[in-house]
Design a protein around this ligand. Structure first.
Ligand code: PAF
Length: 291
């Protein structure tokens, strides 16, 4: 463990751990003092969206642990893994400014000691939407989140609504392993023009950044039109708009039941519209609750 020395006049101390054993010993001590633990797992390249999770975690728990680990097993494209941004110094400063208490920054060897196999039966949820376009992705996500939860043993874990399906998958994993952790889903943070905040946005060129607005724009229009149109019409209109949007390569647009994530049949349940598209080489996802 080492302590990040403040040099910007900020006196909050961020403790940084790279070893699972040391972190777990430190947290055991805090839990022994009756402190509740909030956990924000991330892959770094922190933006305001991540920092809002830290802020919410600070309000709901005594000690906030953030992890930064770019998890190789959840990338199905090696190029994507290689290009994933890793601005660790800037991230550390952001966490300290956000009054985060602990950063867990393990190496790949610390998280994946030897060759191991992992498979968890997540059911249909891992083969639809994201799962259809990123086979194996949710096996990798559950593999690492289980490992991280086993070290941190948090009372509450905080995830962004932007990865709507991920929250469902992790909730399913918690149910399977009967883990005593509460999942808190936090709202999507958007830029002033509506673009959902994402670590991947930094890969967008100026033109692509404007083209990417088609995603949030479509979601917004879908929500506005929802009281007046059928689900089929809403989906058809959105797909037509996105398919004809310059620079946008649509992967899916779906309106789903928020509980099951299956395509909604009628408007009697709570609904979420979800979209995934490539803008240039950058793959973006976004969603909005429409009812
Ligand atoms: O959402 C992410 O950043 C990642 O999927 C997570 C949950 C940190 C697991 O690597």
């Amino acid at each position: 463990m080492y302590t990040f020395a403040p040099e910007l006049g900020i006196d909050h101390i961020l403790k940084i751990f790279t070893s699972k054993q040391e972190l777990s010993g430190h947290l055991d001590n805090l839990k022994g003092q009756g402190k509740s633990i909030g956990f924000v797992p991330t892959m770094g390249a922190l933006h305001m969206g991540h920092l809002s999770l830290i802020e919410i975690a600070k309000k709901l728990t005594d000690i906030v642990v953030c992890s930064i680990f770019v998890n190789p097993t959840q990338f199905n494209d090696p190029k994507d893994l290689e290009l994933y941004p890793r601005p660790i110094e800037a991230d550390t400063i952001k966490l300290r400014e956000a009054n985060c208490d602990i950063l867990f920054l393990p190496s790949t060897g610390e998280m994946y000691a030897g060759t191991e196999t992992w498979h968890i039966d997540l059911g249909y949820i891992e083969t639809i939407l994201e799962g259809k376009f990123r086979p194996g992705h949710y096996q990798g996500v559950t593999q690492i989140v289980k490992k991280l939860f086993d070290v941190v043993l948090p009372d509450k874990a905080f995830f962004g609504q932007k990865d709507f399906q991920q929250v469902k998958v992790i909730s399913k994993m918690i149910e399977i392993y009967k883990m005593p952790v509460e999942i808190v889903t936090c709202p999507i943070l958007r830029e002033s023009d509506g673009l959902a905040m994402s670590s991947r946005n930094i890969h967008l060129s100026g033109t692509e950044r404007i083209q990417a607005l088609a995603l949030s724009h479509t979601l917004q229009i879908t929500r506005e039109n929802a009281p007046f149109k059928t689900l089929n019409d809403l989906k058809a209109l959105a797909e037509e708009y996105l398919t004809n949007s310059d620079g946008v390569d649509l992967e899916y647009f779906e309106i789903c039941d928020t509980e099951t994530l299956l395509p909604a049949k009628d408007t009697s349940t709570s609904l979420v519209a979800l979209v995934a598209a490539k803008v240039g080489k950058t793959r973006l996802i976004d969603n909005i609750i429409i009812k």
